[in-house]
Every structure is written in structure tokens, then in C-alpha cells.
Design a protein around this ligand. Structure first.
Ligand code: ZN
Length: 191
């Protein structure tokens, strides 16, 4: 699998990896998998997530499957500098909730030799690019788009359809209010 081609060891330069996709696509599982592997290699890392994400637990990044890592909650991307002490890896989950300042922070980290791994939604429930994620994808060396399974037809899904009438882009603690759909099934629904 091409994921194994990342130059994880023995390189002094930094880079940016993006793991993106819809809800239920396994983004956080993939982020956790990469951190777990780094942990086995004794590579130091920091894991951040936005403060507004309260699901399951405040201080941990938890996959739907229940695997977890301790995370540092921050409100704004520049707070990363208060915590970073030359750790080799900086990971950020739910990166779509940060503002555009995240791009400058991760670019500077990569320039300092850090491997930066960002995971997040690439599109909101309306199918529009989500927050800073498009910019991060443009700047990244490696992009992994993961997919869910369409609950209507079983094809690969990339849209997070919201099943309740709520217009805000952010609807927290409401995983059950979404279902993954493929393009074809998503387009059959009135938005
Ligand atoms: Zn479908």
C-alpha cells in the first residue's frame, strides 16, 4: 500500500500529510494508526485538537472504534507553539475547525523539520470545501483521501449528509445526525 512509502525514518526535513474524507471514513483511525506506529519507533509527538470538539472526551482523540490517544485542546492554531518542544511529529485531528492561521503554523513546523499530520473533513454537509482543509491539501506533500461506504447503495462515499434540519456548518456531538453517501445518492437528495 502506498502509505508505507512515507519516508518516516532517518530524514531531517519536515513535511505535511493530510488525511481527509467524509464522516465515518476512518480519518481518525488512520491518524491514530500513524501515531501508533511512530510510538513504536520511539518518535516524539504531540497531538492537538480544537477545543470545540467535545465528543466522547475532552482530552483524548478517540476513534469510532474506541482507540484513543491523549490530545491537547487548543482554541487557535498559534497555541501549538506554546507546546511544541522540538517533537518530531505534530498531529492535528478535526483540523477543519481551525481558521486559516493553521496553514502558516504547519508550514513553519514542516520548515523546522517536523512531520505534520492533519486529519479532518474535506467537505461540510453541503458538499462545500471545509475551512482550511483545501489550503492544507494544496500545501501538503502527501494526501490520503479515505472513504466511507454509502449507506444507500454500498459504493464508496465521500459526502456527509446531514439528516436533520440544522443550518450551522458545525453541529457537534451529533455523529448520529449524519450518514455517508456517494455522489450519486447524495445528488438524489434535496439540499
Ligand atoms: Zn450511493
Amino acid at each position: 500500500m502506498f502509505l508505507e512509502q512515507f519516508p518516516e525514518d532517518g530524514k531531517s526535513h519536515g513535511w505535511l500529510e493530510i488525511v481527509c474524507g467524509s464522516m465515518f471514513s476512518g480519518k481518525t483511525e488512520e491518524l491514530i494508526r500513524r501515531l501508533r506506529r511512530a510510538e513504536f519507533a520511539n518518535q516524539s509527538f504531540l497531538l492537538f485538537k480544537p477545543k470545540l470538539d467535545n465528543r466522547y472526551s475532552d482530552k483524548q482523540v478517540v476513534s469510532h472504534a474506541g482507540e484513543q490517544f491523549d490530545a491537547i485542546n487548543i482554541e487557535a492554531a498559534p497555541e501549538i507553539w506554546k507546546h511544541w518542544k522540538n517533537q518530531k511529529i505534530v498531529a492535528i485531528d478535526e483540523v477543519q475547525f481551525f481558521d486559516s492561521s493553521i496553514l502558516e503554523v504547519v508550514t513553519k513546523l514542516a520548515a523546522k523539520g517536523v512531520r505534520v499530520i492533519c486529519a479532518g473533513l474535506d467537505m461540510d454537509y453541503k458538499g462545500k470545501p471545509f475551512g482550511p482543509v483545501p489550503s492544507l491539501m494544496a500545501a501538503a506533500e502527501y494526501i490520503t483521501k479515505v472513504h466511507a461506504i454509502c449507506v444507500s447503495c454500498g459504493n464508496l462515499a465521500q459526502f456527509s449528509h446531514r439528516t436533520v434540519k440544522e443550518d450551522s456548518q458545525v453541529l457537534l456531538g451529533a455523529v448520529e445526525k449524519y450518514k455517508p453517501l456517494c455522489r450519486n445518492c447524495y445528488n438524489k437528495i434535496e439540499h
